[in-house]
Design a protein around this ligand. Structure first.
Ligand code: ZN
Length: 404
């Protein structure tokens, strides 16, 4: 993603190449004539681009019976297996690394604790784990084309510079350049929740729609908004801070400094803290038998009928629903996806969300609006892989591969 300005001719080349590759990826098997037809590119351009893609092995020809019978038409599909990439999810105290092929098949994955207090420790830890991972998987790695990284923080998606991370001092960390320098590979960096929203759009629950919202409830609470098939980014690329919508002016203080943010109620640590507080006050609960209570315990006990756990999760659903109603009024999505451990108890949480959405958003916006649980949340590196997928589809990475 580094490299700055590119000339007009190169940009046109990149966009045309991307248009052809996208059609083959999304509508393949597809013939050259159909590609020219849909893309509005001259047949000669389509022939030239597909020849380049074939030479690099990124697409292949398949014979397809023409629907009218008679002569067999040659169609094109993408070739995904030989092209590998590494996807990294950097958490606040852990790192997860996976190897994917271009068809989003996960070939290997590891998870390690990674505690870093500053930028240097972060970079050192990340490079060390990446080297170990590549070495350990050398026997199965084929053509390595890129590294994708998502992290909790603010990233400039064009330059791959990390501008802010919670709880870590960051000073314009040029992460993409550092990785490219070290591994001689293209690197794409993005925000973790926004990456997950894009992953849902490419591979998960929102594949069937152009406009969707992913609400992620983990250690923090965030949202990723997909508009017209793209991650919606504000002028400072910081959109979707649903966790800092104030839902209770007299609530607990948030780490952002304000009071009563959604995150102070509807994030895993806040949920567990609330349950523990009620237990300490003497409320009866089947959780009393446990030494330490986790979010999974709360959800499972709620599902098994524990009233205290149930009521706590309904409260979370109510507050989430209020904040989600605001985003529905603003963006009118076709689908809302909820990711996080609370989806274990979706039969308890989702009706509360829906009730509030129905009370507080426009009827035409919420009628028939699906609110569903994420199905790829269990594969947390998918968000990082979607950075690579996007770079193929928009031509940035594709053009690099064609020019190698
Ligand atoms: Zn806040």
């Amino acid at each position: 993603m580094n490299g700055g300005q590119i000339g007009n001719v190169d940009l046109v080349k990149q966009l045309n190449g991307a248009a052809v590759y996208r059609l083959i990826d999304q509508q393949g098997p597809i013939s050259r004539i159909q590609i020219a037809d849909v893309s509005q590119l001259a047949p000669a351009s389509v022939t030239k681009i597909t020849r380049q893609l074939l030479e690099k092995g990124l697409i292949k020809e398949v014979a397809q019976q023409a629907s009218t019978g008679g002569r067999r038409a040659i169609s094109l599909t993408t070739e995904v297996q030989p092209f590998h990439s590494i996807a990294v999810r950097l958490g606040r105290d852990y790192i997860q690394i996976s190897l994917y092929d271009l068809g989003a098949k996960e070939l290997a994955t590891v998870s390690h604790e990674l505690v870093y207090k500053n930028q240097n420790e972060l970079v050192t830890g990340l490079l060390g784990h990446l080297k170990d991972f590549i070495q350990a998987n050398e026997p199965i790695i084929q053509q390595l084309i890129a590294i994708g990284i998502v992290l909790p923080g603010l990233v400039n998606p064009e330059t791959g510079v990390v501008e802010y991370m919670p709880n870590t001092d960051i000073d314009k960390l040029a992460l993409s350049d550092i990785i490219t320098e070290e591994f001689k590979l293209a690197c794409f960096v993005g925000n973790d929740v926004r990456g997950m929203a894009l992953a849902e759009h490419y591979f998960g629950e929102s594949q069937d729609c152009q406009d969707s919202i992913l609400v992620s409830v983990h250690r923090g609470t965030g949202a990723g908004i997909i508009v017209n098939g793209q991650v919606f980014l504000g002028h400072n690329r910081n959109v979707g801070e649903i966790g800092h919508i104030q839902i209770d002016p007299l609530g607990e203080q948030c780490q952002c400094g304000n009071f009563g943010c959604l995150e102070t109620v509807a994030a895993n640590p806040a949920i567990v803290a609330h349950v523990k507080k009620l237990m300490a006050q003497g409320y009866d609960s089947s959780l009393n038998t446990l030494d330490d209570v986790t979010i999974t315990d709360v959800c499972q006990h709620a599902v098994n009928g524990d009233e205290l756990s149930k009521q706590s999760l309904v409260r979370v659903g109510n507050q989430l629903g209020k904040a989600i109603a605001m985003t529905i009024n603003l963006f009118n999505p076709q689908k809302v996806i909820i990711a996080g451990d609370i989806t274990i108890a979706q039969d308890i949480v989702f009706p509360a969300i829906r009730r509030n959405v129905e009370n507080q958003s426009l009827t035409t916006f919420h009628t028939g609006l699906p609110i569903v649980a994420s199905t790829i949340d269990s594969q947390p590196t998918m968000g990082a892989f979607s950075m690579i997928k996007r770079a193929m589809l928009n031509g940035v990475l594709l053009q690099k591969l064609l020019e190698e």
